[in-house]
Design a protein around this ligand. Structure first.
Ligand code: ZN
Length: 179
């Protein structure tokens, strides 16, 4: 057995070690050490620290990956969102609104009923009633389409927000567990 003196990386104590042994535990500070034989010197490397550094690197990578996921999610949502938004003449974007399409649709239905009433009062041929019915049909179609769009939009938005929230809390958890 060949004894060598090395310095503990944990506490700096001088340790007498058997040169053939690769791993030791320091009796002073309990650090787990790897004995490293270089060409000219033999020294120690603290294993806990290696483990900690590796953990931290993996943790950093995990955070970067999650941040990439978050950016991709935001990008996808902004593309998805554009398909639902309508632009008015002034260039303002607005979200699909169920109430908005119900209000407009109801006004058109009322207008259709007024047209039907006027045609009936005038004694015009019954075929002209189709004009009023046409307005009502369009209004029902518009309300149905508007509320469906608004419903789909809300589902997509809630899905996006819950996924975003999940990613952010995972990033925060990773950051907290760092070190
Ligand atoms: Zn030590």
């Amino acid at each position: 057995m060949k004894v060598t003196k090395v310095c503990c990386q944990g506490c700096g104590a001088d340790l007498q070690i058997d040169e053939t042994i690769r791993f030791v535990t320091c009796n002073y500070c309990n650090a787990r050490l790897e004995i490293v034989h270089d060409a000219t010197v033999t020294h120690t490397r603290q294993l806990d620290q290696i483990a900690r550094t590796t953990h931290q690197l993996a943790n950093n990578l995990q955070v970067i990956e999650l941040q990439n996921d978050l950016e991709r999610l935001d990008r996808e949502w902004s593309q998805d969102r554009d398909r639902f938004l309508t632009r008015d003449k002034a260039g303002n974007l607005s979200e699909p609104s169920a109430i908005g399409s119900i209000i407009v649709g109801t006004l058109v239905i009322v207008f259709g009923l007024v047209v039907i009433g006027a045609i009936m009062a005038s004694g015009a041929p019954a075929i002209f009633l189709l004009i009023g019915l046409g307005f009502i049909g369009l209004a029902v179609f518009g309300i149905n389409r508007g509320t469906t769009q608004a419903g789909n939009y809300r589902i997509r938005m809630e899905d996006y927000e819950s996924r975003r929230h999940g990613l952010i809390s995972r990033i925060e958890r990773e950051r907290e567990s760092r070190g």
